[in-house]
Design a protein around this ligand. Structure first.
Ligand SMILES: [Zn+2]
Length: 207
């Protein structure tokens, strides 16, 4: 709500992100009880606040905890350029999810509850406004929100990419929301996405 795309009304991107989160919440093997924390006008974005000193634009942000999965909205090219060594990340990164972790006094990752997984504080999702996001443009906002929300809910990438028969169209096998690149509208959960989610969350809150 506070960082909409230049191409989309805040309500439209808000609703697309809501639908994406609901799609994950609807998976029946887990009972996460995902709910939306209403936007209260405060500045959001731990990662935005960290990157702010390194770009000319004002990214806003604050070091406050907002939610376990925080959709931080749309940021400009300068932010995404910082994410690759070559400084060209804005050309190919559609969205990015960051994991904020707990560490010990040495800065090492910790596993206080001894469940074999490092302890995550929360995750933040940002979308790249270098691309065009309006209705009918190349990239579908709900599709990308669904993928980034998958990262927000602990999933990694899945599937192998290949180029088909000379037309240089990217395909994945198996097709999954969690494929590492965009290959068309995908607003429902596929088999491996479901399996990954259930493996992470089916015994929640007992893991
Ligand atoms: Zn991804």
């Amino acid at each position: 709500d506070n960082r909409p795309s230049a191409d989309l009304a805040a309500a439209d991107s808000h609703n697309a992100i809501d639908r994406a989160m609901s799609t994950w919440d609807d998976i029946t093997c887990s009972d996460l009880g995902i709910f939306e924390v209403p936007y209260d006008g405060s500045d959001t974005g731990f990662i935005a606040a960290i990157f702010n000193p390194f770009v000319d634009e004002d990214l806003g942000g604050s070091f406050e905890y907002i939610s376990d999965v925080m959709h931080g909205g749309w940021l400009q090219a300068a932010f995404f350029d910082l994410l690759t060594e070559e400084g060209d990340g804005s050309q190919f990164i559609l969205g990015a999810t960051f994991t904020i972790v707990f560490t010990d006094n040495n800065g090492d990752l910790i596993d206080l509850d001894k469940n074999g997984k490092f302890d995550v504080a929360w995750r933040e999702v940002y979308y790249n406004d270098t691309f065009e996001w309006k209705d009918g443009s190349r990239f579908d906002v709900e599709t990308i929100a669904l993928h980034e929300s998958g990262h927000g809910l602990s999933q990694a990438h899945f599937g192998t990419a290949f180029l088909s028969g000379g037309n240089e169209v990217l395909h994945f096998s198996p097709r999954a929301v969690m494929n590492a690149a965009y290959s068309g509208v995908q607003t429902s959960i596929l088999q491996t996405d479901n399996a990954g989610h259930c493996s992470n969350w089916s015994s929640w809150p007992k893991n």
